[in-house]
Design a protein around this ligand. Structure first.
Ligand code: ACO
Length: 325
């Protein structure tokens, strides 16, 4: 009998400190930098973001999201036999955030590792977990996206600092004889490393280079709308499904205009697009599982729904996962 993987529980967590656009306007004004609620909403759809308190790291946000996902799947941490964390803001250079998370959950012993594909990290991690479940390397996986992007924001650069926030989302992915994940599609193009990067690195007892996020927003925007359409079509073709069959498009929550453009290309009404970017901004690898969990807990996403998850981000990386929920 063929082995498949299915999502059996979702969870998410946003740190309590919420900064509205008005809060960001006030914070930046203190540094002589001008921005406005109108500009941010019109260009991005973002209305608020959450920032983790000092000393709270990606593994802490991940642990909260995982506890909620485990509860939803009616599993205990010790039932888990694989942990994959997608993050670009790890707690440490090493060990992995997945190992730190594993210890916080009390799920020690199973394989645990990080995936680094920036905002595509969750679709990368989900694809790897799916493959490991299909080949019987694992049966019950925690797949997590967790970020504290507030730590790498340049608050002197208004073109980037208003866009990002902190958060975590998780799913429990279990082996099943019924298909959950139907097809996956992953890509990277390293020629575009420089358009979205945090170039600093630890060396010689300090940080060498700039440790703050840099983005050529327009270059990212142009590439994103093209590759998201391609990846959506690729994953549909692999699964032999049609655009019109999609119940929910759950794209990386970076910018409402990119989501609208993707929906239009796939001829999907915005009512079929899960949008949470207004509430938490761009949380990189955490954004897709945050949006997924919001949809599930609101009762919008129902068992059996056909979901298209799509990520795009630094690298340049992109990909899609088509699944029956
Ligand atoms: N407040 C007010 N004005 C601003 C702000 C701000 N926060 N930021 C920029 N501006 C000004 C600029 O200075 C510029 O002014 P000028 O015309 O006088 O020079 C004007 O607004 C327009 O700036 P643009 O950069 O051209 O604005 P654009 O319409 O391209 O929007 C944005 C910028 C929102 C960043 C857009 O390019 C975008 O969404 N890009 C994609 C980002 C993305 O999706 N990233 C996903 C991947 S993230 C990851 O992988 C980590």
């Amino acid at each position: 009998m063929q082995r498949f993987s299915r999502i059996t529980g979702t969870g998410s967590y946003l740190p309590p400190a919420r900064l509205s656009n008005a809060d960001m306007v006030a914070r930046l004004a203190g540094q002589g930098i001008e921005t406005s609620d109108d500009w941010i909403v019109e260009r991005t759809g973002i209305r608020a973001r959450h920032f983790a308190a000092a000393g709270v790291n990606s593994s802490d946000l991940a642990a909260e999201a995982c506890r909620r996902a485990l509860e939803a799947a009616r599993l205990k941490p010790e039932d888990i036999d694989l942990i994959i964390v997608a993050t670009s803001t790890p707690d440490m250079v090493f060990p992995s955030t997945a190992c730190i998370l594993q210890n916080k959950l009390g799920a020690n012993g199973c394989p645990a590792f990080d995936v680094q594909a920036v905002c595509s990290g969750f679709v990368y991690a989900l694809s790897v977990a799916d493959a490991m479940i299909q080949n019987a390397s694992a049966s019950k996986a925690l797949v997590v996206g967790a970020e504290v992007f507030s730590r790498i924001l340049d608050f002197k650069d208004r073109t980037t600092c208003v866009l990002f926030g902190d958060g975590a989302g998780a799913v429990v992915l279990e082996a099943s004889d019924r298909p959950g994940i139907l097809a996956t599609d992953l890509h990277a193009d390293g020629r575009y490393v420089d358009i979205l990067c945090t170039p600093g690195h630890v060396a010689e007892g300090g940080v060498l280079g700039d440790p703050l996020l840099k983005m050529d927003g327009q270059a990212v925007f142009k590439l994103a709308v093209g590759v998201l359409e391609e990846s959506a079509r690729a994953v549909l073709a692999k699964a032999g499904r049609q655009e019109a069959e999609i119940d929910w498009l759950i794209p990386h929550q970076a910018n409402i205009r990119i989501m609208q453009s993707t929906a239009k290309k796939l001829k999907l009404p915005m009512e079929k697009v899960m949008v949470t970017v207004d509430q938490h901004g761009n949380t990189s690898a955490a954004s897709i599982p945050l949006a997924l969990d919001a949809g599930v807990r609101a009762g919008k996403i129902k068992p059996g729904d056909l979901l298209m998850l799509e990520g795009v981000g630094g690298g340049f990386t992109w990909g899609a996962v088509l699944l029956n929920f």
